[in-house]
Design a binder for this molecule. Sequence first.
Ligand code: CA
Length: 236
Amino acid sequence: MMVSPRIIVVEDEVAQRQLLVQYLSRQGMRVTGVADGQALRREIQRDTPSLVLLDVGLPGEDGFSLIRYLREACPATGVIMVSVASDTIDRVAGLEAGADDYIAKPFEPRELLARVKSVLRRAASVASGEFFGPRVIMGRRVLDLERRLLLDGEGMEERLAPGEFNLLKLFVENPNRPLARDWLLEVTSHREAEAFDRAIDLRITRLRRKIERDPTHPEAIRTVRGVGYMFVPKGA
Ligand code: CA
């Protein structure tokens, strides 16, 4: 059974808070809005959230100390801090305190949603068990490089054939670089078994079905006309 993620929005400005709560609720999330750190602590004790959207500029206890509290109290919870655009220092301090991501005001709702979803995916993969080696977000899935499998947002695992894994690993090792089809074929195939150039396209098509949100409009593994394919990491 799918349970929608629980999100707490911490924002002292009423209008802004209501806007965020309404917007994220419309995306099917269970959202609670609170005005300060005290209310946040109460909510955390009631039920651990998947994600906290945290305004840094709060009256009383500030956002940074709340980030540190969250890291202690619920390490698997994702934290996105919200601050004003010019505050580079806020951003660095927030990430150092343990926030997973940062968004500057004013922001586009769609950008916020993309970040929320990305942090939720990461939080789910951490919560799904022990953290085994490096993991990389590819489209709607997470590639676990050590265990050689794909995870989804709920921590479900899918084993990969060696050929599939090797291909994804190549992409991860070469982000944002167009990779020639010939080269991909050469380094991932036993030549005699797959003599056709098309073999790589077929494999890419299969992998896109596994990882892309919409395989007909791939975002993670993109086609580079006349060259081959390119992995574009989330948020790059
Ligand atoms: Ca504020």
